[in-house]
Design a protein around this ligand. Structure first.
Ligand code: ADP
Ligand code: MG
Ligand code: MG
Length: 255
C-alpha cells in the first residue's frame, strides 16, 4: 500500500509582473488503488499542481509538503521521484532528438528498476502494451515526441505508464485532443495499468467525458489554486450539468 500526501501546498511562479502565487494551500491524499479526479476551470492551477509534484524548475514551492509513503518528494531530484514510484508524464523531455521510443522506454525502465529488463520478456511486454493501445509497431522506432500527433503523445504517455508500473500516476489532461475511439483505448490502458499494479491515479481534467471510461472514487473541484469541493463520482455528474460557475463565484466572493 502506498500513499501520496499533499499538505497545504503553496506554489509560486515568476512572471513578467513579478512573483505570482498559483497554488494556495492544496490538500490531497491518494492511496493505492484509488482514482482521484481533479476537475476545474482553465487557469485554476491544475497543471501547476502536476508540474510541482514533478519537480519542474519553473515552480517554486513556498510552503507545504508532498510525501510518498512518508518520504519527502520535494527533496528528491526529478529522476529520484520516478524511482520512488511516481509517474508524471510531463517530467520527461518534450522532444528527445535521436532517441527512439524503444530505447527511451528501456532506459526509463532500467533507471526506475535499477537494472536492465530481461530482453526476451521486455520485447514481449512492449509489443503487448503497444498492441493493447492499438499502436503501430513502427512507432517504437520513431524518435520520442518528434512529430507526434496529440493522440500519439497521449498513447505514448499511457504506454510508459503500462510498462513502468508506477505506484502513483499523475495524468494531466490525458483526454485532450483525443477522438472518442482514442479516448476509449487510452482509458482502457489506464484501467489495465491500474488493475495490474493497483497504483493510485490522479486524473486531472477539465471535461467530464473521460470519467465515463475511468471511474473516479473521489472528485475534487479545483478553483483558484485549491480544492473548493470534494465528493464522490456524483460530483462529476453535477459539474457536467452545472459547470464550474458556482465554485468560481464562491471563490471570487471569498477573496
Ligand atoms: P490549469 O492547468 O488549471 O489550466 P495552470 O496551472 O496551467 O492552470 O495555470 C494556472 C495559472 O498560473 C494561470 O493563470 C497561468 O497563466 C499561470 N501560470 C502557470 N504556469 C506559469 C508560468 N510558467 N509562468 C507564468 N504564469 C504561469
Ligand atoms: Mg482516501
Ligand atoms: Mg492545465
Amino acid at each position: 500500500m502506498s500513499t501520496l500526501e499533499i499538505r497545504d501546498l503553496h506554489v509560486t511562479v515568476e512572471t513578467e509582473n513579478g512573483t505570482k502565487e498559483i497554488l494556495k494551500g492544496v490538500n490531497l491524499t491518494i492511496d493505492s488503488g484509488e482514482t482521484h479526479a481533479i476537475m476545474g476551470p482553465n487557469g485554476s492551477g491544475k497543471s501547476t499542481l502536476a508540474y510541482s509534484i514533478a519537480g519542474h524548475p519553473k515552480y517554486t514551492v513556498t510552503s507545504g509538503t508532498v510525501t510518498l509513503d512518508g518520504e519527502d518528494v520535494l527533496a528528491m531530484e526529478v529522476d529520484e521521484r520516478a524511482r520512488a514510484g511516481l509517474f508524471l508524464a510531463m517530467q520527461y523531455p518534450v522532444e528527445v532528438p535521436g532517441v527512439t521510443v524503444s530505447n527511451f522506454l528501456r532506459t526509463a525502465k532500467t533507471a526506475i528498476d535499477g537494472e536492465a529488463p530481461k530482453v526476451r520478456t521486455w520485447v514481449k511486454d512492449v509489443k503487448g502494451a503497444m498492441g493493447n493501445l492499438k499502436m503501430d509497431p513502427a512507432f517504437a522506432e520513431r524518435n520520442v515526441n518528434e512529430g507526434f500527433s496529440g493522440g500519439e503523445k497521449k498513447r505514448h504517455e499511457i504506454l510508459q505508464m503500462e510498462l513502468l508500473k508506477p505506484k502513483m500516476a499523475i495524468l494531466d489532461e490525458t483526454d485532450s485532443g483525443l477522438d472518442v475511439d482514442a479516448l476509449r483505448i487510452v482509458s482502457e490502458g489506464v484501467n489495465r495499468a491500474k488493475s495490474e499494479t493497483n497504483c493510485g491515479v490522479l486524473l486531472i481534467t477539465h471535461y467530464t467525458r473521460i470519467l465515463r471510461y475511468i471511474k473516479p472514487d473521489h472528485v475534487h473541484v479545483f478553483v483558484n489554486g485549491k480544492v473548493a469541493e470534494e465528493g464522490g463520482p456524483e460530483l462529476a455528474d453535477r459539474l457536467e450539468a452545472e459547470g464550474y460557475d458556482r465554485y468560481v463565484n464562491a471563490a471570487a466572493e471569498a477573496k
